[in-house]
Design a protein around this ligand. Sequence first.
Ligand code: HEC
Length: 102
Amino acid sequence: MFFNDAQLCAQRWQSCASCHDADGRMDALNWDLLNDGVGNPKNTKSLLWTHQTAPVMALGVRASAEVAVRAGIHHILFTQQPEDVPAAIDAYLKSLAYLLCL
Ligand code: HEC
C-alpha cells in the first residue's frame, strides 16, 4: 500500500510506483534524481532482488536497499515517515518474485 501511496509525497502526486511500476519494475525512463546530484539522469531500475544486491543504485551510492528506500522517501517524495513505512516497503520489495514468461 505504501509503495503505491501518493499521500507519502509532499505534494501528494507521486509514489514509488510512479516510476517503479505497480509491481516494482521500471518505467523505461531516465530520471535526474537528487540521490546523487543533478545533471546525471539514469534509467529506473527494477527492484526485484534489490535487497540482495548491495550496494544499490547505478553508481552504488547507497550501501543497501534499506538505505535507498529511506533516501527515496526523503529525496524523491520529500517527506519524513515513521519507521514502519520504509520497513513495510522493504517487506513488500523482498516479497517480489520473478515472472517466468514462456
Ligand atoms: C521519479 C522516479 C522515481 C521514483 C518516484 C522512485 N524511484 Fe527509485 N529509482 C529511480 C531511478 C531512476 C533509479 C535508478 C537511479 C540510479 O541508478 O542511480 C531508482 C533506483 C531505486 C533503487 C535502487 C535499485 C538497485 O537495485 O540499484 C531502490 C531500492 C529504489 N529506487 C526504491 C524506491 C522507493 C522505495 C521509492 C519510493 C519511496 C522510489 N524508489 C521512488 C526512480 C524513481
